[in-house]
Design a protein around this ligand. Structure first.
Ligand code: EPU
Length: 323
């Protein structure tokens, strides 16, 4: 998210060799390292100590024949996510259409297992290639080693030492469309339910443009909180108190719509000193005043405290804070 912030050192790297050099420099000068992809899911502190390495690794390579029933595509971490999704669709590859227009880079996608409109990126991931920050070893993670969960993976854990350099995606020829999200479904049915992932992509873009602020116009990092998971007992208690509570079953638990909780505590569209929860989607924190990271975090704390006080539910912040 764009906020006023200054790093001690910054370098953009175009290759794995340059990345290695930058890491060696950081080790030699005892600098903390921060990896920057598109930056859309990061909140920077006012002053960032150490070296910020901006990954500009680019390139796409089809590893298998597209005639077979599936194909593998290796993509460098610095490629723009939405441009990559559109490219897959133009190649006739199905599976990522619901994830159109998500800001950020390919390398950032597995970190929080980006998800939208009923699809999570893990569904198309085959392997993740990464580079160990401390000892410079390279490792290819099989999908099962990534431990993907809701907005989570092994790369999101505290102290993660891995820098993602490339992602290998797997596409199957007969992957069915996933048009179940209510608003998407309505629009898709009105077009005659075509079996065309490009149509789904266009509709997802429409919905996102109507509902979510474009980070190029209004600084934001998409959902600022995860949808919290609560026990069945907590869900029943809350539903009795608040019959309009929005929740979805998630295994043995329930996932609450954080946007609804935030809206009901009065924060939707409520701007404080240039920072606020978006007027059309309360889960998105916007920073039109381009305030500092610490002001953004202060505001987020107020929202969290209100939701905790009213509903007894703790919201977990989604963007990573870089200090
Ligand atoms: N809702 C409200 N008020 C609001 C926002 C939401 O009442 O201001 C309630 C509505 O009942 C709505 C429900 O919450 O039907 C769910 O809202 P929405 O469909 O917009 O989805 P979400 O759960 O708020 C998640 C993702 C989004 C993703 C959408 C669509 C998380 C943290 N966020 O939001 O991801 O686009 O589903 O699938 O899971 C992002 O990652 O940046 C992002 C926007």
């Amino acid at each position: 998210m764009a906020c006023q912030s200054q790093a001690d050192h910054y370098v953009a790297v175009q290759s794995v060799d340059e990345l290695q050099e930058a890491l060696a420099y950081a080790r030699g000068h005892r600098l903390a390292v921060h990896i920057l992809g598109g930056g859309s899911n990061l909140v920077f502190a006012d002053k960032v100590a150490g070296l910020v390495i901006h990954l500009h690794l680019l390139g796409k390579e089809v590893l298998g024949s597209q005639e077979a029933d599936h194909c593998l595509v290796k993509v460098a971490a610095g490629e723009d996510w939405h441009r990559f999704v559109r490219w897959t669709l133009q190649q006739g590859l199905r599976g990522l259409e619901n994830l159109s227009l998500i800001p950020g880079t390919v390398g950032a996608a597995p970190i929080q297992n980006i998800g939208a409109y009923g699809v999570e990126v893990e569904s198309c991931i085959h392997r993740v290639e990464a580079f160990h920050q401390a000892d410079g070893t390279q490792h290819s993670f099989a999908k099962s080693d990534c431990v993907f969960g809701y907005r989570d993976s092994i790369f999101k854990r505290q102290g993660n030492p891995w820098i993602i350099t490339a992602v290998i995606f797997q596409f199957f020829q007969h992957t069915p469309l996933t048009p179940e999200y209510a608003e998407l479904n309505k629009r898709w049915l009105s077009l005659g339910a075509p079996d065309d992932p490009l149509v789904i992509s266009e509709l997802v873009c429409q919905i996102r443009q109507e509902k979510l602020p474009d980070p190029k116009d209004v600084p934001n990092s998409g959902s600022f909180f995860k949808n919290p998971l609560v026990s069945n007992a907590d869900y029943r208690r809350l539903k009795q108190l608040y019959p309009k509570l929005v929740a979805y079953p998630a295994g043995q638990q329930w996932k609450l719509a954080a946007g609804w909780l935030i809206q009901e505590t009065g924060w939707k569209g409520n701007m404080h000193n240039g920072v606020g929860m978006y007027e059309k989607q309360a889960l998105v924190l916007v920073n039109p005043g381009k305030k500092s990271g610490s002001e953004v975090l202060k505001y987020a704390q107020l929202v969290k405290a209100s939701v905790k006080e009213k509903f007894g539910v703790l919201l977990e912040q989604e963007p990573v804070v870089i200090r």
